[in-house]
Design a protein around this ligand. Sequence first.
Ligand SMILES: NC(=O)c1ccc[n+]([C@@H]2O[C@H](COP(=O)([O-])OP(=O)(O)OC[C@H]3O[C@@H](n4cnc5c(N)ncnc54)[C@H](OP(=O)(O)O)[C@@H]3O)[C@@H](O)[C@H]2O)c1
Length: 288
Amino acid sequence: MTTSRYLTITEDLTLSRMGFGAMQLAGPGVWGPPRDRDEALAVLREVVALGITHLDTSDFYGPATVNELIREALHPYPENLRIVTKVGFRRGADRSWNPSATRAELISAVHENLDHLGLDALDVVNLRVADDDRSSLAERFTVLAELREQGLIRHLGLSNVGEEQLTEAQGIAPVVCVQNHYNLVHRADDALVDRCARDGVAFTSFFPLGGFSPLQSGVLDEIAAKVEATPQQVALAWLLRRSPTMLLIPGTSSVAHLRENVAAAEVELPEDAVAVLDGIAARAHSAP
Ligand SMILES: NC(=O)c1ccc[n+]([C@@H]2O[C@H](COP(=O)([O-])OP(=O)(O)OC[C@H]3O[C@@H](n4cnc5c(N)ncnc54)[C@H](OP(=O)(O)O)[C@@H]3O)[C@@H](O)[C@H]2O)c1
């Protein structure tokens, strides 16, 4: 089975399915400047050189450091590059992550992202909802829908949401993407992945490699050895096959890892390997 390299969601929004998540470019604890600034800038330039057109970021990272690095490395931006950012939280001076989604807070977050990225309009803004917050997002999403009407945002997305919240938001304005925690082992959103495919909405997997808890599995290692790829490449290749509207934004602070991750799109997984990989989550959850 071959997987398509790009996903066209609307006439003016085509994203490479293998994207790049920029969170790892901040310093330790997603705070402050990167340990290796030159490498961080090199990673961003390599993202574009490798044909990636989907760059995921946020003012949460640093805060603002990562958006400023993106601007320094890539502005003026290539015509086909789409930058996806998120709002709804604000970092505290103690490095905490705090919900920040009143009308005034959302408006100022959008303006700050525009300023830090050096843009007149943001390609995609995701409303990031707090963990376990399954309350109505109508008020918050309406604010972003208004900013879209004003031309400050081109497209809207959601992050960390459930199916009902997606339905509610779709009743307010078009939703182009849902960005949730999903990978080979963390599959609580299986139904939502399929729903997004049915609706023509992109499902962007965050933590595709396990994030702060790297994916580890003997089965994954065995399959990687068989297909002559790395375990990380197999985990990414499995995600690309999982759904036609699945987008990936693996994060890395290293050019070598970036190249390895992008090459995962070339990895062919035989059907029997896919069947075994499909079972990893069930095995992980039934382990004592
Ligand atoms: N919407 C949300 O709430 C949310 C939450 C979290 C993240 N995100 C987005 O999702 C993106 C992805 O998440 P993430 O970066 O935390 O997690 P991830 O992509 O699952 O994993 C990143 C980790 O894997 C390592 N890594 C990357 N490529 C590797 C490779 N080929 N071999 C070995 N190790 C490798 C990285 O270390 P090295 O730097 O050493 O490569 C880093 O420690 C973020 O960058 C961010 O844009 C969104």
